[in-house]
Structure formats: C-alpha cells, structure tokens
Write a protein that binds this ligand. Structure first.
Ligand code: IPE
Ligand code: IPE
Ligand code: MG
Length: 249
C-alpha cells in the first residue's frame, strides 16, 4: 500500500485532499493559562503541550500533510523566570530522546530552526543526533523552531549575504528573493500555507516574518494543551473555505 492510500483512508470525508495545506505552522500558545485553570504550575502546561504536539504530528502524517512547523521557544522567551526556561530546555531534550525511535519508525524527518548554538550543549547534541538519524525520512518534514526569532533570522541572512558581496562572490543586483530565502534558517522548506495560533492571541510574536507573507492565519481560543484532532479538523475546514488570491483577483 502506498503512503498516499494510507493517508486517504484516515482523512475525514469533508476534507478534500487537493485543498489541504502542504505546510502547516503552529504557534503553540496558552500552556501557562491552561495550567493555571487546572490549578497546576505553568510547567505542567508545557508538559501537556508536548503531548498535544505529538498528536498533531501524527495527525498531519495520517492526513497526508507533508510539513509541520512548531514554534517551541522564541528568542524573547529567555525573559521568562530562569526555572521555567530551564524546565523547557530539559523538557525538549527529554521529549526528543523519548520520541526519536518512534519518529525514525514513522519515517518523520525532524529538523530545528533558530539560533541553536545558544542552546544548552546537551540539547544541541540531542538535536544533531535526531536530525542526523531522520535526515532521509520522507513521510513528513517536522520543523521545530527553538530559540527562533524572525527578525534575527532575517538579520543573520543579511550578514551572510553582505559577507558574500564583500568577498566578491555575489553582486548586489543578484540578491533575489530566491537567494535571500536560501540564507534563511528555513532554506529548502516551502512557506506555510496555514498558520494556527492557539489561546486567542492575534499576533505573530516574531514567528516566520518573511515566510508568512501570504500564509493564511487561523486563530482559536482553545489553549494549546487542549488542541486536538477535532480542533485541527475545524482549522482545516476553515482553510478550505479561504480564497487565496496572492494579490490577484
Ligand atoms: C506557550 O505557552 C509555550 C511557550 C511559549 C514556550 P505559554 O507559556 O506562552 O502560555 P501562556 O501564554 O502564558 O498561557
Ligand atoms: C510565542 O508565544 C512563542 C511560542 C509559542 C514559542 P509567547 O507566549 O511567547 O508570545 P507573546 O509573548 O504572548 O507574544
Ligand atoms: Mg504565551
């Protein structure tokens, strides 16, 4: 059985395969508020958030969506209390170690975008290992934005390009959108078709600023740990109704 047949078998009947987004991005927001509502410490919300992400990855794979990008930690999230930052870093590391085997078996290709050098060494090692062990996998491209900032991404691309101009490798008029994109962290990943943000906040919070030029945005009040298949189904139904004009008529 081919992968495509398997996918169609799981896809809810009101979703049209030809109208599915190729690439879905998520701003997983509201973990803290979820925990507060349950009378739990914020970190419990982050723990449950990992489970929600695991389910969404599996769902995307089942329904034939070829790329999922999740915002896990922004360049601004370092402002949080030290205990929370430390908990998040060790949570990422633990989750990666626990999930790697299954991602290998399920043919998931995982990659990370962001300023990864500033992450704790142990996490960096887990990241390199997971990217290396899944690099030839093709069922879905799963990108985790960690210590990611859209402005920083654009700035580092500018620096790299400026250096090439200075070295005479590139001429200023040769800097096209394509060349520029090839210097972003997301080089080789198509722009998201659909960005979902949970917890009702209506902003990008420095996520994929360049890449979201024409991406559709869907906002739900649901808090991230409660975001499940039924919620995702609703987001995809809404996406299917959108008329993407890209500036045309
Ligand atoms: C998102 O949930 C997770 C991260 C930013 C790491 P929050 O922690 O921002 O949850 P709220 O927004 O405080 O509810
Ligand atoms: C965005 O959420 C970052 C992630 C989900 C990783 P935040 O909770 O940090 O965003 P703001 O501060 O509400 O804009
Ligand atoms: Mg938040």
């Amino acid at each position: 059985m081919t992968t495509q047949q398997t996918n169609l078998q799981y896809l809810p009947s009101d979703l049209k395969p030809e109208l599915l987004p190729q690439h879905v991005a998520v701003i997983m927001d509201g973990n803290g508020r979820w925990a507060k509502r349950q009378g739990l410490p914020r970190i419990m919300g982050h723990k449950r958030g990992v489970d929600a992400l695991k389910d969404l990855l599996r769902c995307c794979r089942d329904w034939g969506i070829k790329a999922l990008t999740a915002y896990a930690f922004s360049t601004e999230n370092w402002k949080r209390p030290q205990e929370e930052v430390e908990f998040l870093m060790s949570l990422f590391q633990r989750a990666l170690r626990q999930e790697l085997k299954e991602m290998v078996e399920e043919n998931v290709q995982i990659q990370f975008v962001g300023n990864l050098q500033a992450l704790p060494k142990a996490l960096q090692e887990e990241i390199s290992r997971s990217m290396d062990e899944t690099k030839n996998n093709r069922s879905i491209k799963f990108t985790v934005a960690t210590n990611y900032g859209g402005r920083q991404e654009i700035l580092q691309a500018c620096r790299a390009i400026a250096q090439k101009v200075q070295q005479g490798i590139l001429k200023p008029d040769e800097i096209s959108e394509q060349i520029f994109e090839s210097h972003l962290y997301t080089a080789g990943i198509t722009d998201p078709d659909l960005l979902i943000r949970t917890s009702g906040e209506m902003r990008l919070s420095n996520f994929l600023l360049w890449q979201m030029a024409y991406g559709e945005i869907y906002i739900t009040d649901t808090l991230w740990p409660d975001f499940d298949r039924a919620e995702f189904h609703r987001a995809l139904c809404a996406y299917q109704q959108r008329n993407r004009r890209f500036g045309g008529v």
